[in-house]
Write a protein that binds this ligand. Structure first.
Ligand code: ADP
Ligand code: MG
Length: 289
């Protein structure tokens, strides 16, 4: 059946980003609950607005357990409303709670996150021919069942992960050196998302974003290009496989950086796939409670 914006009743706010708000909404007639992301769009022509959304990703997200289910987009009063499945939290909020309450992020947790993200991104590339372009902790969602899913795929790239966006106050750089300083800023490869995943893993393991807190966005971008790639402190007790996985994701030369097939064969992800004693759902519940 079809759902229109008018049939949806707001329940609560789930979060806010640079381009709008995400709210939990109920479709009264069916009782279904959605996470609705509202993006203000200045584009007036309906057909232009439709190009914002990759409908293919919308339909096929249902086939991939590591992608947030995407139901479609609606237009109301000039805004684009994107309807998706509701999750319990996002990785940025989740690791902040851990840091604030002194809960370490165990390696099997990080490994499971890494595995799901790589599987999700690999599915997108292989089956949908899509590159995410905005991999970061707030676009990785978790729930109490222990599921980890990527979201905000298929929203056209010029809105996301751009140098211009990073220059906004409060935006931390997840983009690779070649996006900042590259010859071919417009040719976006899967390796860009691999770098962003590496930064994300360093951030959740260390408990803070690797590029200096007190620096201006301009200085942070300079750091990405000029400095050695970030690493995780050896004292935190993570395995050699984890440290190696991160160093692979954060190879500065994008031509040498691995793609998903190679990453999926890396011992860190091979172990993650075999891990059976760690209960992700229980860990998520414990932290959220
Ligand atoms: P950003 O990803 O840049 O933080 P967004 O507008 O995409 O901005 O999302 C804002 C926040 O809303 C996210 O940080 C996340 O915590 C929350 N959120 C987004 N989508 C969902 C969802 N499907 N279920 C639950 N929370 C969500
Ligand atoms: Mg987002």
């Amino acid at each position: 059946f079809t759902v229109t914006a008018r049939d949806l009743v707001r329940i609560r706010e789930l979060g806010r980003g640079a381009y709008g708000v995400v709210e939990e909404m109920k479709h009264e007639a069916s009782g279904l609950v959605f996470a609705v992301k509202r993006i203000h769009s200045s584009v007036n022509d309906e057909s232009n607005r439709r190009t914002f959304i990759e409908l293919d990703a919308c339909v096929k997200s249902g086939c991939c357990p590591q992608m947030v289910r995407f139901y479609g987009a609606m237009y109301r009063e000039g805004d684009v409303w994107i309807c998706m499945e509701v999750m319990d939290t996002s990785l940025d909020k989740f690791y902040r709670i851990c840091v604030d309450t002194n809960i370490p992020r165990p390696e099997p947790f990080i490994a499971k996150v890494a595995l799901c993200v790589v599987e999700g991104l690999n599915f997108m590339k292989e089956r949908l021919n899509l590159i995410h372009r905005d991999v970061k902790p707030s676009n990785i969602l978790l729930n109490r069942m222990g599921l980890v899913k990527i979201c905000d795929f298929g929203i056209s790239g010029h809105l996301t992960n751009s140098v211009a966006k990073t220059m906004h106050a409060g935006c931390k750089p997840y983009m690779p050196p070649e996006r900042i300083d590259g010859e071919q800023r417009d040719s976006y490869g899967v390796q860009a998302d691999v770098w962003s995943l590496g930064i994300t893993l360093v951030e959740i393991a260390s408990g803070s974003h690797p590029y200096g807190k007190w620096k201006t966005p301009f200085e942070q971008l300079k750091q990405v290009v000029k400095e050695n790639p970030p690493t995780v402190d050896r004292d935190l007790g993570y395995s050699d496989e984890f440290h190696d996985f991160i160093s692979q994701c954060l190879i500065k030369d994008c031509m040498l950086r691995p793609k998903y097939k190679q990453l999926l064969e890396h011992p860190f992800l091979v172990n993650a796939r075999q891990e059976s004693s760690f209960d992700m759902g229980a860990f998520v519940k414990r932290v959220l409670e």
